[in-house]
Each structure stands twice: as C-alpha cells, then as structure tokens.
Design a protein around this ligand. Sequence first.
Ligand SMILES: [Ca+2]
Length: 495
Amino acid sequence: MSRNRTIVPCNVTLDRREFVRRTGLGAAGIGVAGSVLSGLTASQLSACGHSRRRRPNIIFIMADDLGYGDLGCYGQEKVHTPHIDRLAAEGMRFTDHYAGSTVCAPSRCSLMTGFHTGHTYIRGNKAVQPEGQHPIPAESVTVARLLREAGYVTGAAGKWGLGPPGSEGDPINQGFDWFYGYNCQREAHFYYPEHLWENDSRIVLEGNLDGGRETFSHDLIAEKTLEFIRRNSDHPFFLYVPFTIPHAEIVVPEDSLAEYRGTFPETPYIGSHYGSHETPRAAFAGMVTRMDRDVGRIRTLLEKLGIAGDTLIIFTSDNGPHLEGGHDPRFFGSSGPLRGFKRDLYEGGIRVPMVAWWPGTITAGTESAHVSAFWDFLPTACELAGIEPPAETDGISYLPELLGRGGQSEHDHLYWEFHEQGRKQAVRMGEWKGVRLNVRLDPDGPIELYDLGTDLAEEHDVAADHPAIVREVRRIMAEAHTPSELFPFIDAEGG
Ligand SMILES: [Ca+2]
C-alpha cells in the first residue's frame, strides 16, 4: 500500500547546469543551485540510492478571495468548477479549514511561516512605494526555504505580497528558486498589467502598454506554472501557485465570459478604483471557471508526465469572498452557509475550501472535519519532505489526516486577529467560536460566543449562557496575541 510507505529523500543528483536549466535561473542563480546541493546531508544522499519512490511533489494552489461556497463541491450551483470538483471526488475535501487571515498579506505570511496572526510578522496589508508590501525579514523561516534546504526545487507563480522586488522579502530571497507574477498585491488589482516579474527581471507586457488589453495576466501565470512542472518533472518540487483571481477587478476574457453571458440578471457596475463592467455576474463566474480550467490543466499535465501519483495538490483560498468591483457574493452564495465576507472574522471571512488530491495515496471521495488552518501547512510540508519542522510554529501537520492513518493531533484552539475596522479577534475552540470587535477602543470589550455545532451561521450569541467558556476565550485572546511594533493592536503598543 502506497500509504504505508516510508517517505525518504531521493532524486537529488542534479548537477548545477541541469539545476539551472530546470529552475530557469540565469548565471546569478548558480550560487543558489550550489546551496541546494550542498544543503543535503550524507544520509539524505545515501537514502536516494536505495529509495524506490521519491518524496512527493507539493503543489499548493491558492485562489484569491474565493469563498467557502464558490465551488461546486462546496454547494455552488451557479458557477461551474468541474475540475476542482473532480479533485475533491478523487481526493479529500476539508469542511473545517481556515485561512491565516481575512485579507491577503497576513494570510500569506501565516501560510509561508507557520504562525497565526497573533505571532506573524505581517498582520495586515501594508503597502510600500512604488511597488510591493512591507517585507518579511531576511531571517524568516519560510516553508520554501525549508523545502529547498531539504533538496526540493521551489517555485512560485502568481501574487506574492510579502516584500518588494529586490528587498529582503522578495520571494527569491525567501527560499524560492523561481518566481513569476505580481510582486505587489496592489498591482494585482488589475489583470492587464504593463509588467510582471520573473525573479529579479521586470517583464514588460507590450500588448498591455497604454491601456492595451492583449494579455490577461492569469493566463500567463497559468502557462508559467505548467512550464515549471515540465522543467522539474523528474525532481521533487514545491510549487506555490497563488492565483490572482477571482479578486476584483471583475474582468475576464471573452471566451470565459461567453459561457455565462445572458445567464444572470445583471446590473452594470460603474467603476471607480476598479474598472467598470456591463455584466459583472457573468464576469465573476467566468473568472472562477477559468481558474478551475487551469487547475484541470495542471492535473492533466501531471498525468501526462506520469507523476500524478508522486504529487500532492492542495487547492484552497486565501480569505473569504470580497464585495468589491461589482461582485455580488450574496447572489452567488459565495460564503455558503457561513456568516460574513472578507474582512470579517465570522466564519465567512476565514473558513475556506480545501481540497487535497494525491492519487493512490489519499483515499478518493473522503471528507474531513479536522480543524486546520494555513499555519499547519509548513509542518505538513516538512513531514512530507522527511524533515523536522522548526521548534517554533503554531502549526500541526495534517499529513496523518491526509493519509487516513489515524493519530492526527488536534489544535486546542485557533486564533486570529485583524488590524482593520476597529480591530477584531476570534478564537475557535472545539465547536465554540468567540469573536470580539472594536478591540482598539475597548481591549477588554464584550465577546460574542457562537456554537458552530448547532449554529454554523453564527446567528445566536450565547455568551450570556456560558460565562466559563467566554472566560476561556478571553484568556486565549490575551495569551495568543503578542505585541507587534509594526502592527500595534491597541494604542498602548504603538512603537
Ligand atoms: Ca485575498
């Protein structure tokens, strides 16, 4: 049984020239390649010669602002997502998986570094000029850095948001051998950009200059993703694919729009920051279906290359559905049965779809209610790679759950804090969910309490009936939050 096999390092005998060819690195990348090879231990190298199966490739695909209810396999009926639904049917669907945060940058920081937002360095969206977000520190222990040191080739294609080009937070300075896409979240508000980045090269999209709309950036990102897989098909790789859609602006090329034109009653969206659209509902649906199509292309390529059985795909979203650029999440039921949207710490803002697919290893058609979060990915990836996770992490590997082998450790609680809209905190503890709003004005303010077991929609605040539970939630909120000079949570913490 493949699920019982021992995971051992292997396939690490690339010479430098071959490594450079596969990663797409230029001459400047040779030093990086050397560091990968020299980072392997003798036992790892020795293990390779005797291993019959290699460590799995890991492809982590993350949509931007896709809601818990936006996929067919999570109940969506208006938007077609056949390829992701098929991954779920052939893999495992998680019902209780949570993003790191309710907006982009802190959610991605949580994913990359294995901490919740009471501990992450980045706890909110913090823009810098002219392009990019506040950088994570040079010494950050990212999942990419750990996997690269373990012998994986590491690539990312999509939207980064954790440090400007050339800064210490640049993905190629944070463990990625290769990056393609938007460095900056703000630039990724628009899908016909004048430039993207490949490593440290600014790639000008000539057809998009001066208002041109020749290249839909998502299409380019999808193509580059496939190219990376082709280049690295016979070597363990970690590929992070933070797709940029269906975030606003709401726009999609004609071939995807056509599938939904005339399907929904429409009110034209008059643009402001984001562009206008005559049929925003058809455009939103087309964006989701286009992204789904490209998830299907990734899967098909793995099968064609004969590496599907050696590859774990995880598909998820970085936070709940947005209300921007003409998107109407209520019409689509984008939050499913959950309350709230992006920027809420109610479930709709943070509970996200997660589908895991690894044919021959994950049992087809399984569903898991394991309570997990973005900060669990780092230790999960470490276990897949056969390395110890860092001693300091808030995460718990969910590999036992994926393998169905039993022995899955559980979180005592999950914690979130959010630095916009008066500042918010939330705790999930078993089926209890605590939410505190307006923390900046009233750090000891009232806590709302919901029983998700009987009230998934968080409609009935039962705090008054359960004072001991509320006390415990209050204690966790105090303990899980650590002060940050960069993101002071209450005024007394200001640096
Ligand atoms: Ca997002």
